[in-house]
Design a protein around this ligand. Structure first.
Ligand code: ATP
Ligand code: MG
Length: 157
């Protein structure tokens, strides 16, 4: 389905913003121009839900969550940053494995099964994209993913 990703992303963020804890703030850095792309909307919605749920769950009181969207000639780059406890460098890849939860997540007794990011990775890869995380322990986490625009051959820009 071909959609304007900017509108779609705003809608997903709006839904979380209406229901969010009052002690966290949202900031959006999305382009004003349209960004059309062919995606399975339900599946990318699931990816965003899983990442945003984590950002909220692992945010401290007073934390800010930042939403970013960049577009280049090849792809969309979506990123969601929080100011939570962060993830140790050596664990950054493991969080995308099924049932993996860091010690900090467990010791803080935050609910979850450890499937959210594994599902997100499968869905992003089904769109031929890449997903990864960057983090500074104690400072916050950013989860990023790409979706290629895969413009059809011969299509005019
Ligand atoms: P589920 O999503 O299935 O309810 P979960 O949130 O524990 O459970 P994932 O979403 O797959 O599972 O995340 C895996 C682990 O990665 C988490 O348990 C947590 O340790 C770590 N993690 C994920 N996102 C963040 C984040 N934003 N900040 C800190 N740690 C995170
Ligand atoms: Mg999760």
């Amino acid at each position: 389905e071909r959609i304007n990703f900017v509108d779609f992303f705003h809608h997903v963020i709006d839904r979380f913003e209406m229901n969010k804890r009052e002690d966290i703030a949202f900031e959006r850095y999305l382009p004003k121009e349209e960004a059309f792309i062919s995606i399975d909307k339900d599946k990318i919605m699931q990816v965003l839900d899983n990442i945003i749920s984590n950002a909220i769950k692992y945010s401290p009181d007073g934390g800010t969550i930042r939403f970013r969207l960049r577009k280049d000639s090849q792809k969309l780059l979506i990123s969601i940053s929080d100011e939570g406890m962060g993830i140790a460098y050596e664990k950054l890849d493991k969080i995308f494995e099924r049932f993996y939860r860091t010690d900090k997540a467990r010791t803080r007794k935050l609910g979850g099964t450890g499937l959210g990011l594994a599902i997100a990775r499968d869905l992003v890869e089904a769109h031929h994209g890449v997903i990864w995380a960057e983090s500074k322990e104690g400072r916050g986490t950013t989860v990023l993913f790409t979706i290629p625009l895969n413009r059809k051959r011969g299509e005019v820009r």
